[in-house]
Design a protein around this ligand. Sequence first.
Ligand code: AMP
Length: 283
Amino acid sequence: MRLVKTVKEVREIVNGWKKEGLSVGFVPTMGYLHEGHKSLIERSVKENDKTVVSVFVNPIQFGPNEDLASYPRDIEHDKKLVESAGADLIFNPEPSEMYGSHFTTLVNTTEVSENLCGAKRPVHFGGVCTVLTKLFNIVNPNRAYFGQKDAQQLAVVKRFVKDLNFDIEIIGCPIIREADGLAKSSRNTYLNPEERQAALILSKSLKLGLEAIKNGERDAKAVIDIITKSLETEKLARIDYVSIVDNENIQYIDRIEGEILCAIAVYIGKTRLIDNFIYKCEE
Ligand code: AMP
């Protein structure tokens, strides 16, 4: 397993693989890797001849008051995890390698990025689409793997890849959780023991919403109310949003039908956590 820091090195290595007719899977990450990332890498290793993992805390997807400076980083730990998952290459560029001194291009979606996290984090998805456009052009993968943990991101990526004719298959992978239900996240490391316990309210509340839907509730507002009331029982929790949207265009819906995404963002202390479930109505 190799770690490289320049675009030139990635291109040389991947070009060599492509000349041999090998398929390439790609897992973009911001590092501080955990079992959630590992599940994506392992899936890519299974489905492709070669797997590239990028570790890059992308400055342009963070807003001015967000956690860019404090975002956790540990490349030595990441190297071990990537190697144990069986990947072939880590691309770990410096921001200067990715953006140089005068970068003025932005790739963005409309509609699919306007609600949920897009409404709360105005620069976020433009930053995500821009860095992924660059990474896709650099790595030139056949397939790229994303977690349902960031469900709106997955919808945004599927859309811009389709709209801009990238010849890349986008594969969504299930949310990996801790044994007690908390969705794994690099940001969980910000939580102190009391907050870590309080954070369980996210998955617990979503479970109540899902049960209501499974029991036949089809009014989105009623489900949102159940989840909101449950979240409000936790004194350390502050709701950013609780929403139900269609899982393709990420537009708010009143009635639960087709494939829906129920997504929440909640501050536990100063830490903003997200979680969600997807439900497909069969009727
Ligand atoms: P990040 O490093 O947070 O940008 O995440 C990189 C990729 O890993 C994204 O596609 C995430 O959706 C995915 N990911 C993060 N946490 C999890 C998780 N708990 N389960 C599955 N995928 C995850």
